[in-house]
Design a protein around this ligand. Structure first.
Ligand SMILES: Nc1nc2c(ncn2[C@@H]2O[C@H](COP(=O)(O)OP(=O)(O)OP(=O)(O)O)[C@@H](O)[C@H]2O)c(=O)[nH]1
Length: 390
């Protein structure tokens, strides 16, 4: 395949990706009630820039030089920089603007200066390939974040893009040698650019899908508001401790906690303030717990805390500490200009050898209900008459 055909393939490939993204976003906004998602903006703009740039490059010799040389390359650099930006955004980091924008300015400036100073085609190709290589490496760096925890897809894309970058830069730098770039090397370089377009397009889309799947899997077990395990996630954490309770010397305790009169917070200050209070309560509780303890949100204003290797007396002490911390630390709701005082009722029990999840929670819930009936803001032990008053 000759270079002009490859240029046309690059232009049309990027254009079709733009069209696919446009229709995808249209579908998203038609189904959604809110504004259209703008998640893939950098990536979409990257494809658009590259489609325009490759089209201009394809028409070299037909259109004026200033369009097909400096302008086409400036747009191409912007496209590559935006590709890297999209990968950084996918990695959850938006810092790319701080260095990609100055790098883009520098690349465009140097290339345009080279053209104005009438550098040869070899030197200009070298500048362009080094600039492209920089932006590719920057995208690769985004893929390499957290390499150890990275998925096979991430690692594969990183290695593939690394090889392709070396090919693109090698092709550009060979243009500086006295014998110039061989036609084969030039073709390989452009073919590498074509493969880079494919790797970037399918790689990005698969990475987005991979992220969405892992987020969905996370939301099955994590409460999105407070970021602690939800009922399902908490039960999963609890199961091995119920099994271990059958072995001697492996005690574990369960606290169930319900915020008192929480409905009033929503009624008086609104749902957002209620949400803020729920998050603050989790923070307060976590400060009273060990790293090995596990807190979960069972729903509404009800929480559960698993205390591994803890007997009844110690669990009651922890519950009491949590109760008094909540009562002592009112929550500041800036937007509502309010200070919201909260209390909580807690039921405590140890996990017994014969327990199932149902029998364990039944006992803990009974203790919690007893604490509510006794006037709230207190800790009650399951089936033990002692009670610690507030
Ligand atoms: N802000 C907010 N409120 C929630 C959420 N989930 C449930 N709620 C509200 O939490 C309240 C739970 O109230 P309950 O625990 O039943 O009762 P309470 O008002 O706390 O009273 P007692 O438990 O009897 O002390 C209800 O008004 C729910 O609408 C949430 O995610 N955010």
């Amino acid at each position: 395949m000759d270079i002009r055909t490859l240029l046309l393939a690059l232009a049309l490939g990027n254009l079709s990706l733009c069209a696919a993204l446009f229709f995808f976003e249209q579908g998203g906004s038609a189904n959604a009630t809110g504004p259209a998602p703008r998640r893939h903006l950098s990536w979409g703009h990257a494809k658009l820039c590259q489609a325009v740039a490759w089209t201009l490059l394809y028409f070299r010799g037909v259109l004026p030089d200033f369009l097909t040389i400096p302008l086409a390359n400036a747009i191409l650099f912007a496209g590559f920089a935006l590709d890297a930006a999209a990968l950084w955004e996918l990695a959850g980091r938006r810092v790319w603007r701080r260095y990609l924008l100055p790098a883009l300015g520098a690349a465009v400036g140097v290339y345009t200066a080279g053209w104005l100073l009438q550098f040869g085609a070899g030197a200009r190709t070298a500048i362009a390939s080094v600039a492209a290589g920089f932006f590719f490496v920057s995208g690769i760096a985004a893929l390499g974040r957290g390499w150890r925890a990275g998925t096979p897809l991430r690692r594969y894309l990183l290695l593939l893009m690394l090889v392709l970058t070396v090919m693109v830069v090698a092709r550009g730098l060979r243009g500086l040698t006295p014998d110039g770039a061989s036609p084969l090397l030039a073709q390989l370089g452009v073919a590498a650019l074509y493969l880079m377009m494919l790797a970037n397009a399918f790689g990005y889309l698969l990475l987005v899908r991979e992220q969405a799947q892992s987020e969905l899997a996370r939301l099955e077990v994590v409460d999105p508001l407070t970021d602690v395990p939800n009922r399902r996630g908490f039960y999963q954490a609890l199961t091995p401790w119920i099994a271990l309770a059958r072995r001697p010397g492996m005690p574990a305790a369960l606290i169930v906690m319900n915020l008192d009169q929480f409905k009033r917070v929503n009624d008086n200050y609104g749902h957002p303030a209620g949400d803020m209070v729920l998050k603050a309560m989790v923070d307060i509780c976590k400060k009273q717990l060990r790293d090995s303890d596990q807190m979960g949100r069972l729903g509404g204003a009800e929480f559960a805390i698993l205390l591994p290797r803890t007997g009844q007396a110690d669990a009651v002490m922890v519950a009491e500490r949590i109760r008094s911390a909540i009562a002592a630390l009112p929550v500041k709701a800036e937007a509502e200009k309010a200070i919201i005082s909260m209390t909580a009722s807690l039921g405590v029990t140890v996990i017994r050898a014969e327990d199932s999840t149902v029998s364990l929670f039944k006992r803990a819930d009974e203790a919690l209900q007893a604490a509510k009936l006794a006037g709230r803001n207190r800790v009650m032990e399951a089936q033990v008459s002692s009670m610690i008053d507030a």
